[in-house]
Design a protein around this ligand. Sequence first.
Ligand code: PLP
Length: 353
Amino acid sequence: MRAWAEIDIKNLEHNINLIKKISNNKDILGILKADAYGHGVVEISKVLKKNGIKIFGVASVEEAIELRKNGIEDDILILGCILSDEYDDIIKYNISITVASFDDIKNIEKTKIYPKIHIAIDTGMGRRGFFPESFLEAYNYIKKTKIAKIEGVYSHFSVADVEEEKEYTMNQLNEFERLTKNIDVKYKHISNSAGMINYLDKINCNLIRPGIALYGINTTNKKLDLKNVLKFKSRIVHLKKIDKPRYISYMKKYLAKEGELIATISAGYADGVKRAFSNKGYVKIHNVKCKIVGLVCMDQFMVSIDSSIIDKVKLGDEVIIYDENIVELANMIDTIPYELLTSLSKRVKRVYL
Ligand SMILES: *Cc1c(COP(=O)(O)O)cnc(C)c1O
């Protein structure tokens, strides 16, 4: 295999159990959007289900249908928007949807399909959801007209992983609890992974919505024994000892020196090695950091082998593009681990351990 992702199911199960423990066994809505953050939704959903998770969150109707077609009969909530031509599938596949605006209400009213819904409140995320000022109007209207079955109300944190933003997050939380205190629905939920890690003792909801934490990544400063689930790997497919200064890769962005050992790795930006790592990132070979040199190409990139392992490396050696260092690497190119994981393309074979 030229490039693959090793997915450690034991670590995933460890994380599920840890989340159950720290949340005091609250119900968990397992976030499976974007192919389970690149981990492969078919396999991951099975593991979540086997470990007692009974509700799943996805972004779109297509993602929900994929789960249904792979044997998930439990509740599925679509967190994203629903377009009017998708309502038939909502009913056909028995999927819960998010109602986030009066436009959504109008659409549902027109279709007369009586869907299962969760109402979203925008307490500060600024994406979708009713403003706190109009939430009760929307809620009461749906109750009165019976155009949908309200299963839940929820909101979403925008800065729960940022310590300095505690006040903003607490305001979001207080607003949510004030608005939903006297409302009788099956599920109230606001906590993403960071909210769960940083604010759980302050949250009264009965459902949490972890995504990234399931996959073993902690985006907060709090210590937590999460275990990284995915390792992105590739191989050395070419080695050359530099005999005199020579340029490496497109646009001559790196000039290799005499004596340097340059390895070509068989993965590129079409696999999910972000081009921003050009001349910036590093990979691990024999557990030693080796710098990425020159521009990352579509299917390959080059690294300069660290002098400590020059005598050890050989063709075919395994290269770790990232594992538990994913947060550090994402920071290095001003992005987040979510983007790295969801950039892994179809060409990267998922291997389940
Ligand atoms: C993606 C998403 C989550 C999960 O977020 P993490 O940071 O991965 O835990 C939770 N809720 C909503 C609405 C989301 O869109």
